[in-house]
Design a protein around this ligand. Structure first.
Ligand code: SF4
Length: 262
């Protein structure tokens, strides 16, 4: 090998080393780095945030859609800009028929794929046979067990190998979400969590859905602002908190399913 070829080989290795280590350093971001990124993106709209994170985490980021209003907006942006961000959802086995219908309509409208993750059938069988088919009504502990088996475990599988994930969380959705930022460190999953709609109000969400003709869950028109599993979600009355219909038998500060603990 001549001297030039040797030099190019060494330079190439050095560039690869620097790139790899810079990226690793980024992934091991400290809170100050996350704060800095939040400041940089403070004036960016959701579309820009998504474009930025798609470029920052190529092949290592996914969008977790629960098919609610907010998630449909994010799917719309990803499809519109053809961003390289795979979309997935969790089928707990207890969803509303309207939610399954929405998966079909969304795939048809955007000509995109939505990966579906299911719970481990052995864990579901064991839980149901030991605790009952509707165990979640009997105690918070049982409800958390069910969410763990049907949501948290499949989510962990869906997120494995990633550096970042995207959610449709908004700050005003719940008392447990008031402190959230657009970009956060998700200690529970060991990933960056991106919340592009964190500052949106419910009014902005509804207006945008209408303006763009985005497919949405028909239950939203029947008093369901937040839609999860069928046995754990009810319609709300005018004036009630938008999360009042989720696990309505529990206290507000208990109402997280384990996917978004801070
Ligand atoms: S929302 Fe209800 S049915 Fe769905 S996983 Fe949680 S406890 Fe189980």
């Amino acid at each position: 090998m001549n001297r030039n070829a040797q030099w190019y080989k060494l330079s190439y290795r050095w560039i690869v080393y620097l790139c790899t280590h810079s990226f690793t350093a980024f992934i091991n971001m400290k809170q100050e780095d996350i704060n800095q990124l939040n400041q940089t993106l403070a004036k960016a709209n959701a579309e820009k945030i998504l474009t930025k994170v798609a470029a920052l985490f190529p092949g290592k980021i996914k969008f977790a859609s629960s098919l609610g209003y907010e998630d449909q907006i994010i799917t719309h942006f990803i499809a519109k800009k053809n961003l390289p961000i795979p979309i997935f959802t969790l089928d707990t086995g207890r969803l509303f028929p309207e939610t399954y219908d929405l998966i079909d309509r969304t795939v048809a409208r955007y000509k995109t794929n939505i990966e579906v993750y299911f719970p481990d059938y052995k864990q579901v069988e064991e839980m149901v046979n030991q605790k009952g088919i509707n165990l979640f009504y009997h105690s918070v502990e049982n409800r958390k067990l069910c969410c763990g088996v049907r949501k948290t475990e499949p989510l962990k599988r869906a997120l494995s190998g990633l550096d970042a994930w995207i959610t449709g969380l908004r700050r005003e959705q719940a008392v447990t979400r008031t402190h959230m930022q657009a970009i956060e460190w998700d200690a529970m999953h060991g990933l960056i969590k991106v919340n592009p709609l964190i500052n949106w109000t419910v009014g902005e969400v509804e207006q945008f859905i209408k303006k763009e003709g985005i497919p949405y869950n028909k239950l939203h028109d029947k008093g369901f602002p937040s839609i999860g599993c069928q046995p754990c979600t009810r319609a709300i009355e005018p004036g009630e908190d938008i999360r009042a219909g989720r696990w309505w038998w529990e206290q507000p500060e208990q109402k997280e399913c384990g996917l978004h603990k801070s």
